[in-house]
Design a protein around this ligand. Structure first.
Ligand code: ZN
Ligand code: ZN
Length: 244
């Protein structure tokens, strides 16, 4: 090997070394994660979550009162984190600050969490082996144009580098340019997303996985799930990074 090649290799090693996006310390190289061990350990993990909707404080494995009273149109939500510091900040930097490198870190975090779950599409009464049909929550074209990317699609792409997924972004569109949910109360959020989505295909998959960044009341994912189920989809899972 020539001196120049050795030098190039050394430079490459320095350049590719993961750095922590939060404290600039050395990242977790084994997981190809731009987060250091300390920051990773301190992330706000979701515990005591409802077995269906992942609402916090229901108790692990317990189905919360709301889901018992009115089962949501999705079968199960998988969310590794609470929407709390610094996950909230990281998501905001990704989504509103256009920090796509942060988005890749977040996608990897969700992917690593999914690795720990034996069957990615496990849900009651269904043993699935085929890669799931993944539907990132669609953005209206006006919002997509403003932001330049769809955060859910970006997360799905990163997860797709680690797990075999069939991502079908074009299966469904957002036909109503609904106002941002963040400033709304639960009842308003529900009304805001009604009929927001329209399928672009006559045939729908039997089972889908919806990907989103944050779930708050769950009304967006519920509306998307209803849209698919009204056309024949039987089971809907949700993977989201954080649960409020
Ligand atoms: Zn750090
Ligand atoms: Zn619940």
């Amino acid at each position: 090997m020539s001196a120049i090649s050795r030098k190039l290799l050394r430079m490459q090693a320095v350049l590719l070394k993961p750095r922590c996006v939060l404290c600039d310390g050395p990242g977790l190289a084994a997981a190809a994660l731009d987060l250091c061990a300390g920051c990773y350990r301190d992330l706000p993990r979701l515990t005591d979550a409802c077995a269906v909707c992942a609402r916090p404080a229901a108790g692990d494995g317990v189905i919360c009162g709301a889901c018992q009273k009115t089962p949501p149109p999705f079968e199960r939500v998988i969310a590794p984190y609470r929407y709390a510091w610094p996950i909230d900040k990281m998501i905001q930097q990704f989504k509103f600050g256009g920090n796509l490198a942060m988005g890749r870190v977040l996608g990897r975090l969700l992917a690593h969490h999914l690795t720990g779950i034996r069957r990615l599409t496990s849900m009651p009464g269904a043993a699935l082996t085929a890669p799931p049909i993944v539907v990132p929550v669609p953005l209206h074209r006006r919002r997509l144009w403003q932001r330049g990317f769809n955060q859910a699609t970006e997360l799905a792409r990163t997860i797709g580098l680690i797990h075999p997924l069939a991502i079908r972004s074009g299966l469904c569109g957002r036909v109503r340019d609904t106002p941002a949910q963040s400033a709304m109360r639960a009842a308003e959020r529900h009304k805001n997303v009604q009929k927001a989505f329209a399928l672009r295909s006559k045939t729908v998959p039997e089972r889908i996985v919806i990907i989103d960044d944050v779930m708050t009341t769950g009304s967006t994912c519920a509306e998307l799930a209803r849209t698919f189920k009204s056309q024949g989809t039987r089971q809907v899972l949700v993977w989201c990074l954080a649960r409020a």
